[in-house]
Write a protein that binds this ligand. Structure first.
Ligand code: C2E
Ligand code: CA
Ligand code: CA
Length: 709
């Protein structure tokens, strides 16, 4: 029972439910009341019935008396006509019996017919008056005087009785009248009671219905809608109108209070500042620009946006903890505030991004200069817990086009910032259409690359490497190409940076490994003697978890040996900065028997100092040394130097970008092992490479030929 009550209680949590319940209870109460009223009025209606019982009983008594009198009169007539001892005895019997009955009936009449007391006593008197006459008749009969008895009966006794009967009849008429009236009164009252209760019930129910209708309209609906509005405010929707504000009653009062509450929340939101730095938010900046654009005083002024971002902010957080990071953010906000002139506006975007609106500066160069000054001030850092917290800050700036949405402008400033960050720490870059175009192209290329990887549009091309002196095929370098459905075959410089920054390089590398090794295995199956395949890897490839295992698996799957594969690496992957996983991967590759060559040797910064770090099998001399080698003595000296170093370290050399026979001859003379370049062949598709291999006839260097001759 109790759970049920609780369930019901739960159900009547809303006003609406409570009102419905109250109305239901009221309806039931009304039904009960109607029943009670009905029974009460019914009892009231039976009052006339009780009243009518009296005249009814009186009527019966009167009729009894009348019947007895008629019997007496009849016996009297008999006695008069034949005054014998037999008739006399019968007469006496009848009179005796009638006397008793009449006495009790008269008693009833006396008691109950009190409205006609006078008539009743007249009746009694009349009846009593006849008793001596009756006795006289009996005496005459007993005396045997038939004539006297007959005369007494006819002249006195019978008229006397008939007199009484006449009185009785009158009383009977009266009592019948009373009884009839009481009965009809009773019926009328009953009808009235029933009708009245029915009408009362109907009126009550319709009253309840109207009440509930008005309650719903006046209280329930408005309170529900206002409560919805309050919830919307709590959820931050502050621009919906509040209903019922102009109602004059208490509901209107609640609605108006809600409106005040909403306005207050709106005002708070407008004022809402970043809790940490006290700067405005991006939203507020947007609103502020909106105001500037509509204000006639500022409308025409040029404005610019600068987006600042602390370089490697995550490192500060790591080194100094959140509190250190917070201190730095507060410092940035202070610098920005210090640089704000009248009309300028500083805001904090998410994280370590800050925005400054610079008003009235028409020249982008001035804006860039100001942003650079701010970056310098920010980089001075701040003291935190007795330590100097230093950082650098980059910025992107853009001139505001009044037609353009603030978010669009901020996006441009952020793009300029991206460019600045690419240029190096602490840089400032202004947004130009060209930069925008470049970034747009970058985005499109990235999307295209994703698609290309999925639909196999990326393929390896192969460029032969030959022994410098004999011309024998030494192997191929696999170079990626994009078979673009619209733009034709694209070279790596057109997309590889995008793949790197867009996080697609690992997929690209995996594709190159798989397809190039399969191709090498295929050539070998067809009987071509291709000694090795060179693949290009970035430091990020080597740093990947499980990279060496993956490469090994692919080698095995193609049925090759690690010594069939040469790993080409840029110098930057070799320097100590590249990180622990990279050097570990290089060590393992060396141990497994992979060849490792240093690509573009001579262009990087740590060229010579890195050579001892890893067990190298060779270096690739960069194209810039080889191009026009035969015409430039300095280049020849440098190349010779490189070749001597490699000889000292006992590692091989590959010269890239050999475009002429003269270059080749010179390289042979200088002692270079392997050459690669357009003079041998440009990179080719797999099919073209197969044809090339079939047709290739090694041409030994003329000097070599001469020497051996
Ligand atoms: P790289 O590794 O230095 O590749 C040699 C580049 O020099 C190739 O350009 C090749 O076509 C070009 N080349 C070869 N011989 C000559 C010549 O005689 N004259 C001239 N002017 N150029 C010559 P490519 O194929 O456009 O590749 C450019 C760069 O893209 C490569 O430089 C390499 O760093 C990168 N790359 C190519 N494929 C891959 C790859 O699969 N993975 C990675 N990570 N990078 C790749
Ligand atoms: Ca290479
Ligand atoms: Ca190279």
């Amino acid at each position: 029972m109790i759970p049920r009550v609780r369930m019901l209680k739960d159900r009547v949590q809303s006003i609406q439910a409570r009102v419905s319940l109250a109305i239901a209870i009221a309806a039931v109460a009304m039904g009960v009341a109607a029943l009670l009223i009905y029974s009460a009025t019914d009892r009231l209606a039976s009052l006339p019935e009780r009243l009518y019982q009296r005249p009814y009983k009186v009527g019966l008594a009167l009729r009894d008396v009348r019947a007895d009198l008629m019997i007496v009169q009849y016996s009297l007539q008999n006695l008069a006509s034949a005054p014998t001892p037999l008739t006399l005895r019968r007469f006496k019997q009848k009179v005796q019996a009638a006397d008793g009955r009449i006495a009790s009936s008269l008693k009833v009449i006396d008691e109950r017919f009190d409205s006609e007391r006078a008539l009743v006593s007249e009746l009694r008197t009349g009846y009593l008056a006849w008793v001596p006459v009756r006795d006289a008749v009996v005496a005459e009969v007993e005396a045997g005087d038939a004539v006297a008895a007959y005369t007494l009966v006819k002249t006195e006794a019978v008229p006397m009785i008939l007199d009484v009967v006449e009185d009785l009849d009158f009383l009977l008429t009266l009592s019948d009248f009373y009884a009839g009236t009481a009965r009809s009164q009773n019926q009328a009252l009953r009808r009235m009671t029933f009708g009245g209760v029915l009408i009362a019930l109907l009126v009550g129910l319709s009253g309840l219905f109207i009440l509930s209708f008005f309650l719903r309209r006046a209280v329930i609906t408005p309170t529900t809608e206002i409560s919805r509005a309050i919830r919307r405010i709590a959820e931050g929707e502050l621009h919906h109108p509040i209903p019922f504000c102009n109602r004059p009653d208490e509901i209107g009062e609640i609605a108006r209070s809600t409106k005040i509450f909403m306005d207050y929340a709106l005002a708070l939101k407008r004022l809402e500042l970043d809790w940490l730095t006290g700067l405005a938010s991006r939203d507020q900046l947007r609103e502020h620009v909106g105001l500037l654009r509509t204000d006639p005083e500022t409308q025409a002024l040029p404005s610019a946006l600068a987006y600042f971002d602390i370089d490697d902010f995550a490192d500060t957080n790591d080194a100094f903890g959140r509190k250190g990071g917070d201190a730095l953010l507060i410092h940035v906000a202070k610098v920005l505030r210090d640089h704000c002139r009248i009309g300028d506006f500083a805001a904090r975007d998410t994280g370590d991004g800050f925005i400054m609106l610079i008003l009235g500066m028409p020249d982008i160069e001035d804006v860039t200069r100001l942003a650079a000054e701010i970056c310098i001030d920010i980089s001075k850092g701040v003291d935190f817990e007795d330590q100097a917290l230093r950082c650098s800050c980059s910025a992107g700036v853009v001139m505001c086009d009044p037609q353009e949405a603030v978010d669009e402008l901020l996006l441009k400033a952020e793009r300029a910032l991206q460019q600045a960050q690419k240029n190096g720490r602490g840089s400032v870059e202004a947004y130009t259409e060209e930069l925008g175009e470049r970034l747009r192209h970058h985005r499109e290329t990235l999307a295209g690359l994703n698609f290309a990887l999925q639909y196999d549009e990326l393929v390896p091309f192969f460029q032969p490497q030959i022994a410098a002196d004999t011309g024998e095929l030494a192997g191929f370098e696999a170079l990626v190409r994009w078979n673009h459905p619209e733009q034709g075959v694209l070279s790596p410089w057109q997309f590889i940076d995008v793949a790197i920054t867009g996080g697609l390089l690992s997929k690209l590398t995996d594709m190159m490994i798989s397809k190039s090794l399969q191709q090498l295995a295929d050539w070998r199956r067809r009987g071509f003697d291709v000694p090795r395949m060179s693949l290009n890897f970035a430091a990020s490839d080597l740093g990947r978890a499980g990279f060496v295992d993956h490469l090994m698996l692919e080698v095995e799957r193609a049925g090759l040996e690690p010594s069939d594969v040469c790993v080409e690496l840029l110098e930057t992957a070799m320097i100590e900065d590249a990180g622990e996983p990279v050097s570990r991967a290089l060590d393992r590759l060396g141990q497994l028997g992979f060849k490792i060559e240093l690509d573009d040797f001579g262009t990087g910064h740590a060229a010579i100092s890195t050579l001892h770090l890893v067990k190298l099998s060779g270096i690739k001399i960069d194209r810039s040394f080889i191009t026009n080698l035969d015409q430039n003595l300095d280049q020849q000296h440098l190349t010779l130097g490189i070749l001597r170093i490699s000889r000292a370290l006992d590692i091989g050399t590959v010269a890239e970008g050999v475009e002429s026979e003269a270059e080749r001859d010179l390289l042979v003379k200088l002692g270079c092992d392997t050459i690669q370049g357009y003079w041998v062949s440009p990179p080719m598709s797999a099919a073209d490479t197969t044809l090339w291999i079939e047709e290739y006839r090694p041409q030994p260097c003329t000097d070599t030929v001469a020497k051996s001759a």
